[in-house]
Design a protein around this ligand. Structure first.
Ligand code: SF4
Length: 295
């Protein structure tokens, strides 16, 4: 993982990051390229670009932005896989997405973590998020139009102060409609130092827990549906662990090798093409497509 920027200028009502990490600042592209080269020389096959506001990368640097930085990493290093850890919905522009089919084809991971937080426009506005539910869904549509089969994951906060039953229902509907590959649910909890901590309409903790459980149920269904849809397809897995061989596809799906050859397992830290043959309720099951030196 390489942190490409620090801090956040957005000041969401529930978040302490702007207070503890300060204003946004970007790491110069040359330093990122250098760090990627260093990681490659120590054996890294995949690099994850991390930060709190990746989409605004470069606003404080001369002539640099997220697209130009990604292009530089792809052009100037031999990294096999590059993953962008998260993007805000309004940062997902067609120009950026084009990288997945041009300079980054086969190397940029088709995985987009796009935090939702809530499905109600009023709650989003109270949270100080900068998009509506409709704008959010349009950003997912842009991703899916540009990159067939992209995996989209998200974060949702359950039981934000003042969230009514109807507003929660809007979140339920949006999370259901979005067909996520994975959903991370956070039951709202008050953080000292945030503006939401001073709101006077906090929900009863039992209601927060109930709403979180309901969203988790939807997330579990969506998680399984995405993976069942992959059965019968081929994918490239970076093997991370042995006995059994477990790794991640480029779309961030945990996968276990169920039939290897010779050694009975894959070679760690290799990237192999596999056939996805099943889903056991937790991980995808895979068989090697090619019987080569890595099996
Ligand atoms: S939730 Fe994200 S965008 Fe909002 S203030 Fe925190 S780090 Fe910034």
């Amino acid at each position: 993982m390489i942190k490409i920027q620090e801090g956040c200028d957005q000041v969401c009502a529930y978040c302490i990051v702007p207070t503890v990490r300060g204003r946004e600042r970007s790491i110069p592209t040359e330093e990122i390229v250098e760090e990627v080269r260093r990681l490659i020389s120590s054996g890294a096959r995949e690099v994850v670009l991390t930060g709190t506001q990746l989409g605004s990368y470069g606003f404080d640097l001369d002539g640099q932005n997220l697209s130009s930085m990604i292009e530089a990493v792809l052009d100037e290093t031999d990294i096999d896989r590059l993953r962008v850890s998260s993007l805000q919905p309004l940062e997902i522009m067609d120009g950026l997405l084009e990288l997945w089919s041009s300079a980054g084809a086969d190397r940029l991971c088709p995985h987009f973590h796009v935090p939702l937080q809530a499905g109600s426009d009023r709650v989003l506005s109270t949270m100080r998020r900068r998009y509506t539910g409709e704008e959010y869904l349009k950003s997912l549509e842009r991703v899916r139009t540009a990159i067939t089969g992209a995996a989209i994951t998200t974060d949702v906060i359950a039981g934000f102060p003042g969230e009514t039953d109807d507003e929660f229902q809007q979140t339920v509907e949006l999370v259901t409609e979005a067909n996520y590959a994975d959903v991370h649910i956070f039951p709202y909890s008050s953080r000292p130092g945030t503006s939401a901590a001073h709101f006077d309409d906090h929900l009863d903790p039992s209601l927060v827990a109930e709403r979180a459980a309901r969203l988790r149920e939807i997330g579990t269904v969506s998680f399984a549906a995405f993976r069942r849809g992959l059965v019968g397809s081929a994918s490239r897995v970076l093997w991370e662990r042995d006995e059994p061989s477990v790794g991640l596809t480029d779309s961030y799906v945990r996968t276990r090798l169920v039939s290897g050859r010779q050694t009975g397992r894959a070679r760690m830290n290799s990237i192999e093409e596999v056939a996805l043959t099943g889903f056991d309720g937790k991980v995808m099951l895979a068989e090697p497509l090619m019987i080569g030196p890595d099996f």
